[in-house]
Design a binder for this molecule. Structure first.
Ligand code: DX5
Ligand code: ZN
Length: 219
């Protein structure tokens, strides 16, 4: 079954509480917390995402899906594990060595969260293979990380199916999450390629009825 993780990056300021509660009522499966440090990507959403994460933790039991687009992964894990997120995902491109990657994987596990590794569009899928036995989810960015409202890069469809085939061939149990430009038009293609967690921000937040769009993205 496909799950939906709603990105709260573009939630209208001043309307946060109402939006979060409406999203919960509309049965999003996760809240996707887009943490940006202004270094790994241009935008800086760090403080805002700390507030949102704390707030959602207080008002909802829905799982948090934290996407760290930061250079200092270790600090990001420490800060955001305070809200006991279900998943913490960091970028492979933010790690200088294999030891760094393993250290971040182990730190997330120590904090009791599931581990995700994200890769940018230009990073070959093969670079993630060696870490798959140790993680729970691979996040394939279907846009350049850094902002919402972009168009899905169609070359990424092939990347999803290549990863799916590799996972099946090696009898691994890994979720494939896709993030960026996911809407009613692109969702069927990423699902048939093998994605089972779809992140959507704009497509959901601009809809008049969140439940309708979430149900349609799922089915
Ligand atoms: C981009 C973020 C995505 C983005 C998704 O760097 O990682 O989660 O907010 O937004 P949409 O669904 O609007 O492309
Ligand atoms: Zn994201």
């Amino acid at each position: 079954m496909v799950e939906i993780s709603t990105s709260i990056l573009s939630v209208e300021t001043g309307n946060e509480a109402e939006t979060f509660l409406l999203l919960e009522k509309s049965k999003t499966d996760y809240f996707h917390i887009d943490v940006m440090d202004g270094k790994f990507v241009k935008q800086d959403t760090y403080q805002k995402m700390i507030q949102y994460s704390n707030y959602i933790k207080r008002i909802s039991n829905l799982p948090l899906d934290v996407h760290l687009m930061v250079e200092d992964v270790e600090t990001g894990i420490e800060v955001f594990s305070a809200d006991e997120p279900n998943i913490i995902t960091f970028h492979l491109e933010a790690c200088k060595t294999k030891e760094d990657v393993i250290k971040n994987i182990n730190l997330i596990k120590e904090k009791g969260s599931r581990v995700g590794i994200a890769i940018k569009p230009e990073t070959p899928i093969e670079e993630i293979y060696q870490y798959l036995p140790y993680i729970h989810m691979c996040l394939i960015m279907t846009v350049e990380p850094g902002k919402g409202g972009q168009t899905l890069i169609t070359d990424m469809i092939k990347k999803i199916s290549t990863l799916k085939n590799y996972i099946e061939k090696n009898n691994l149990e890994i979720d494939i999450e896709v993030d960026g430009g996911i809407n009613l038009k692109t969702a069927p293609r990423v699902k048939s390629a093998g994605a089972n967690i779809l992140v959507a921000g704009t497509a959901i937040l601009m809809a008049s009825d969140y439940k309708v769009i979430i149900d349609e993205l799922k089915n």
